[in-house]
Design a protein around this ligand. Structure first.
Ligand code: AMP
Length: 217
């Protein structure tokens, strides 16, 4: 049983690293961003509520987000642990997650902060392509797909996220600094925060992430 939180700014590599970690650990990745995008594509009321916030690069209100993640966490595949990617993003969400897990007799065992400079974030967000089916991510320069426009893993179409425009990128980084960066303190106080260098290449970051997981069990 292991519950892991991945922390880091948009573009730090959370999605890429969570996906690789999921191949190694027998627990699912839960990405709040993917859940919102799926709701949006399906045209559900949740998706419609989230859309305007996402388009601006702002956070969706805590209550909506927490409810959505709580529903996901109640599904059977989450019973042995979860890799949280993009959630929590506010202190209120982190507290809600702590309460939710404690009702299940669980707790966050490890929070990994993937540290990346702002310059690198902008470079990465600029060239990012995302797969329609599962949110696998590629980069025009740093991590290109094998067949142009097609996901290596599931063969679905790659697209550029609407919130990856230059203006929303800056907004999302600012929102991260204002609202999400303070979360490091939340997990530091619990003594479960590990920092890794996200400037390294993908497999080196994954190596550090797996080492952090091994050390925490
Ligand atoms: P992401 O794919 O993680 O970059 O998320 C894309 C967008 O979805 C964010 O810019 C927010 O608008 C929204 N979102 C994702 N996760 C959260 C969260 N935990 N809290 C609030 N909004 C979120």
């Amino acid at each position: 049983m292991m519950d892991i939180v991945l922390l880091g700014a948009p573009g730090a590599g959370k999605g890429t690293q969570a996906e690789l970690l999921r191949e190694w650990l027998p627990i699912p990745r839960v990405s709040s961003g993917d859940l919102f995008r799926a709701a949006l594509e399906a045209g559900t009321p949740l998706g419609l509520k989230a859309k305007s916030y996402m388009d601006r690069g702002d956070l969706v209100p805590d209550q909506i987000t927490i409810e959505m993640v709580a529903d996901r966490l109640a599904r059977p595949d989450c019973k042995d642990g979860v890799i949280f990617d993009g959630f929590p993003r506010t202190v209120a969400q982190a507290q809600a997650l702590d309460r939710l897990l404690s009702t299940m007799g669980r707790q966050i065992d490890l929070a990994v902060y993937i540290r990346v400079s702002e310059q690198t974030l902008l470079e990465r967000l600029g060239g990012r392509w995302t797969c329609r089916a599962h949110g696998h991510v590629y980069h025009r320069l740093y991590n290109p797909e094998q067949v142009p426009g097609i996901c290596d893993i599931d063969g679905s179409e790659l697209y550029q996220r609407e919130d990856d425009t230059p203006e929303t990128q800056l907004r999302r980084i600012q929102v991260y600094l204002d609202q999400t960066a303070p979360l490091r303190e939340h997990y530091l106080k619990k003594g479960i925060l590990v920092e890794i260098d996200g400037e390294q290449d993908i497999m080196a970051v994954q190596g550090d992430l797996r080492a952090a997981v091994r050390q925490s069990v």
